[in-house]
Design a protein around this ligand. Structure first.
Ligand code: NAD
Length: 381
């Protein structure tokens, strides 16, 4: 079995799917590993480190695409790369099957077996493969660091001979994995933190990190969508959240917003009025930008100045901490590979709950029913 590691080609991508440290157990099982030269460079892994871990290095990307039996990736390969894939190859990565299913058509047709890290079920057994949580952890941390860097004030309260400086006030919207890490990071820097989430379960986690949880009466509607995720809310419930956010924004120096509903555009929670209510110099980081953004003024990928407020809408914060982001991702991928590579051979039991949940396409056909429906819509437009 040949495992291929590509240099990621998406603009701005610095992560790599597998680091040398994750190769040892695979190589010991007899797996051959072929790595594109420079694949790990930005993540601190030289070609030599891969060679020492037992891999071969090549500058010929095409030879990896055409020969590898398994290709772990960070992002879905471009269409031109997909067209070269060996029939029957297994590709594993953040393939965006729910928001960009059409971009996978070429690979599905090879046919390739596609596993999406976004679709790995959030069950206890698969926690070590939860790459979404790994990347959300990095993003939550980085969002606070970016905001602290731009804020014309300090985060901690300082009592000095020259007087007292009050702590910065940080408001976190969406207390999931990224939000909780943002809260923890802001608290470590000494800020006073408030947080809002529609899931009642988030309240206890927020409080345990020393932040204040802001409760909104949503009229008793169900806010849990299963798997720990939020449900899509009614317009009336969203409006109550927007009112709370507008009121809280007025006294916040920093807002980090992370609210998402899987497979749906990010809920629009922050009105223009809320941004305009913030003091000049305040910073808003919209981590939901890849799904359109939580703020109605967000332009994904762009930084804007609005009435003196800096609005950041980063699309790939994990790529700004590639060493640790790749480290976490690589371990998630290695744990996933443990389900399909046994004694150096590819053996897939698609009845396995984790594999069945993560499988996007197999033998030329979409497996995941949501992806199948989306692809039908793509082919009829
Ligand atoms: P996510 O990225 O889909 O959403 C981020 C947060 O936004 C969530 O907490 C969600 O409740 C919140 N949100 C959605 N709509 C909102 C709205 N209108 N207003 C305010 N907040 C809104 O979710 P995530 O961070 O990936 O995961 C959410 C939760 O899932 C985690 O906190 C955890 O409890 C659970 N989880 C479980 C496992 C596991 O069991 N293996 C793994 C990871 C996460």
């Amino acid at each position: 079995m040949l495992l291929g590691i590509l240099k990621e080609s998406a603009p701005g991508e610095t992560r790599v799917a597998l680091l040398p440290g994750s190769l040892k157990s695979l190589v010991a099982q007899g797996t051959n590993v072929l790595v594109e030269s420079g694949a790990g460079e930005a993540s601190g892994a030289s070609d030599q480190a891969y060679t020492e871990a037992g891999a071969r290095i090549t500058s010929d990307r095409t030879s990896i695409l055409t020969q590898a039996d398994v290709i772990p990736v960070v992002n879905a390969p471009a269409s031109a790369d997909q067209a070269l894939l060996k029939p029957g190859v297994v590709v594993i990565g953040f393939l965006r099957p729910l928001d960009a299913p059409g971009a996978l058509l070429s690979a599905i047709g090879r046919p390739a077996t596609l596993f999406s890290m976004e679709l790995v079920p959030r069950i206890t057994r698969a926690q070590s493969m939860d790459a979404l949580s790994s990347m959300a952890t990095v993003s939550g941390y980085k969002a606070v660091i970016s905001a602290a860097d731009r804020l014309p004030r300090l985060f901690p309260m300082l009592m000095t001979a020259a007087g007292t400086i009050p702590p910065a006030r940080v408001f976190v919207i969406g207390a999931g994995v990224a939000g909780l890490q943002a809260i923890a990071t802001a608290r470590r820097l000494g800020a006073v933190v408030e947080a809002y989430d529609v899931r009642a379960a988030a309240g206890e986690q927020v409080r345990s990190l020393g932040a204040k949880f802001l409760d909104v009466d949503l009229g008793g509607i169900n806010t849990e969508g299963g798997g720990g995720y939020a449900a899509e809310l009614t317009e009336e419930a969203l409006e109550r959240g927007r009112d709370l956010i507008t009121n809280t924004a007025a006294h916040s120096d920093v807002i980090i917003t992370t609210a998402q509903v899987p497979g749906r555009p990010a809920p629009r929670l922050i009105r223009r009025g809320a941004v305009e209510a913030m003091r000049p110099g305040s910073v808003l980081v919209d981590l939901a930008a890849p799904a359109g953004g939580n703020c109605e003024l967000t332009k994904p990928g762009e930084t804007q100045q609005i009435n003196g407020v800096t609005l950041l809408a980063p699309l790939n914060l994990p790529a700004e901490a590639p060493v640790d982001a790749s480290n976490l991702y690589s371990r998630n991928v290695l744990n996933f590979l443990g389900l399909i590579v046994k004694k150096g051979e590819l053996t897939m039991d698609l009845a396995d709950e984790v594999l069945a949940g993560a499988c996007v396409a197999h033998q030329g056909k979409p497996v995941n029913p949501r992806v199948a429906k989306l692809l039908e819509a793509v082919s009829t437009t």
